[in-house]
Design a binder for this molecule. Sequence first.
Ligand code: NAI
Length: 324
Amino acid sequence: MSDLGFDGRVAVVTGAGGGLGREYALLLASRGARVVVNDTGGSTAGEGADEGPADGVAREIRDLGGEATADTHSVATPEGGKAVVRTALDAYGTVDIVVNNAGILRDAPFHEMTADLLDPVLDVHLKGAFYVTTPAWNVMREQGYGRVINTISAAGVLGTANKSNYGSAKTGLIGLTRVLAAEGAAHGIKTNAVAPIALTRMLTQSLTRTGVQGKVPEPEPDRAEQAMTVERMRSFVDRLDPALVAPVVAYLAHEDCPVSGEMYTVGAGHVARFFVGRTDGYFNPALSMEDVRDHFDEIRDETGYTVPKDPGEETGRLFRTVQG
Ligand code: NAI
């Protein structure tokens, strides 16, 4: 089997001035894609701006013999999104690949989740994916080809404390991924999502809070068990090289990508699929509240679960159950 290349393809990678996005941009460029390296260069909370990160990665790619253009527009507004895609069109004439990767964190427990913590997170992750993908979508539809990769997170898919804003934005992107897969099918456009696990400044910030990274209190000497757990956790975290997520994103961005509307969880060189399953369930045409209570184990039983590919299949299943 030959190596996979991107000759002639144009990719926009948002938030590519560091962390995961930088690795995506480097890999795509090393395989021949012309890349727009977008990044506002702000803090993890999305404050401030700096041209340095986007410029630096674009220069790094060019120094390695690739083609790249830096872009520092924010994905968080419709104008910003249009401007990012405009950079690709002006520099390279088209856009074939969009990797929606830009992201920020503003964690707080739900009872302290104010609008200034919620809105910017929704704007960058969820609306940002709309704002960048929409102008690219029109180009992709016209050319009958495109690949979109959205960035989701286990923090949303599975849920974690203090991230109601982030988790909601990330799971909103699952819906966007599924709907774009449905709408893009007739136009040669495939959309998938990746939930990365990688040691970047973002993960470092989350881990510092949980005591795995950074200035954590050293375990007391007599608590050997705790010391081992922290030590093992640290060595695990050290293996979470963001470069090991990039091959999955690049494959999903490639024309050989065989799937659309799917989600992959990726970290440290491991790749697996997340999916929405449906239990076989319980049916009673005269369903009462007590029936629900009495059959709750059966309703939840994962034996024989299925993975409906679309709402039509789900409704079809219900139709067959109800009709007998
Ligand atoms: P990072 O903080 O290194 O990268 C995010 C980049 O997005 C930054 O360079 C930042 O400047 C840029 N950015 C922020 N707001 C922007 C805006 N409005 N417009 C353009 N660029 C903007 O963190 P990391 O980990 O590389 O994050 C990449 C993506 O992966 C994010 O969407 C994050 O939520 C997601 N993710 C990361 C995980 C991890 O383990 N590192 C886990 C799950 C999801």
